[in-house]
Write a protein that binds this ligand. Structure first.
Ligand SMILES: [Zn+2]
Length: 353
């Protein structure tokens, strides 16, 4: 006979272990910029907070995978094991070497640096030697374009074809410099400012690159390898509670992962996001999406299909819909995010803050 307490323990164990089936696991990609407190807060995390993230990963048995492992995890037919994360840095700032690298090296955690090649060795940016040293100790060096331009911004009187060729040259030039400085370089591209549109995605696909965005959420088998989600961990989102919530997220259990062109224009400045869920026992009634005006309208079209639409026009600039849903019998969340980009109403681009 088992005691009541043992029985209760068993019930709780079964309840909390049988909640997420193996095919639902995804992998979370972390995005950092500066690891410093003297740099702009919006793109920075303190050394203490960064250290606490790494400590949390090691103390809780997370496996930190290389970019190569990440892509093979997402592309293979095998299920994704739980507790897999990847660490990425954008822009190749100096503090990666001075503040982040010593901690990463101590833990033997691999990481990826998306490098803007025109800025290598400039003030505040890493030198080629520093990048090479880190490459020898677990860093993957990858493409963040040559000049960190806003890829979607056409020049005055530039044709669509000329613009697309310029975007291609930005990526090719950076890749050529990376290969000559650092040897074989995987074809991984992080979009500057996380900005892309359908034509850019098509081009990146034709060029054989995997693309990384800045929309949050967990990556899963259904995620597009042309615009993988990443959780930005800077500004007000660096505390351990926020980190813990994000690394435990699962990919939204969608039948089809939408890959929408984020560019919106009047009269569709309240864009719709259609979410088609897999069949399953999900808490669909607790799905919620937040947009620029708070909670979005959520319309249920069928047992498994919802449409999210902002209650207010999305503002000029970049914004997102963030959709989450609690996982059954768990304190974890499914998470999917969609980027929106809106130009000024006169067709000009907004200034970058
Ligand atoms: Zn950048």
């Amino acid at each position: 006979m088992i005691s009541a307490i043992q029985y209760l323990r068993l019930v709780l164990f079964l309840l909390f272990t049988a909640t997420v089936s193996a095919e639902e696991f995804g992998t979370v990609i972390l995005q950092y910029h500066h690891v410093d407190t003297s740099t702009p807060a919006i793109t920075s995390i303190s050394i203490d907070d960064f250290r606490s993230h790494l400590d949390y990963l090691s103390e809780n048995d997370y496996y930190v995978q290389t970019a190569r492992e990440l892509i093979s995890t997402l592309s293979s037919d095998n299920e994704i094991p739980d507790k897999r994360v990847s660490i990425t840095f954008d822009d190749a700032y100096k503090s990666i070497y001075t503040n982040a690298y010593p901690l990463l090296k101590q833990k033997r955690f691999p990481f990826t640096i998306f490098v803007t090649t025109d800025l290598i060795g400039r003030r505040h940016y890493l030198s080629a030697d520093q990048l090479r040293e880190m490459q020898q100790h677990g860093a993957t060096i990858a493409n963040h374009t040559h000049s960190h331009t806003h890829l979607l911004r056409m020049k005055t009187a530039e044709s669509n074809d000329a613009w697309l060729l310029r975007v291609k040259a930005e990526i090719e030039q950076a890749q050529a410099i990376l290969e000559s400085e650092f040897g074989e370089t995987p074809r991984l591209l992080a979009y500057p400012y996380g900005e892309y549109n359908q034509q850019v995605l098509d081009l990146v696909g034709q060029m054989g690159f995997v693309g990384f965005g800045q929309q949050s959420g967990a990556a899963g088998k259904g995620s597009s390898l042309l615009v993988l989600p990443r959780f930005p961990l800077s500004g007000i989102y660096t505390d351990l509670n926020s980190f813990r919530l994000k690394i435990r997220t699962l990919p939204m259990p969608l039948h089809v992962f939408p890959v929408l062109d984020p560019q919106v224009s009047e009269p569709t400045s309240q864009p719709t996001l259609s979410l088609q869920f897999k069949q399953g026992n999900f808490r669909l009634h607790q799905l919620s999406c937040y947009g620029p005006g708070g909670l979005t309208d959520l319309r249920q079209l069928s047992a498994t299909e919802f449409i999210a639409r902002s209650k207010v026009p999305v503002p000029v600039g970049r914004s997102r819909y963030n959709c989450t849903m609690p996982v059954n019998n768990s304190d974890r969340f499914y998470w999917f995010s969609q980027l929106w980009i809106r130009k000024n109403d006169d067709g000009t681009w907004y200034p970058e803050l």
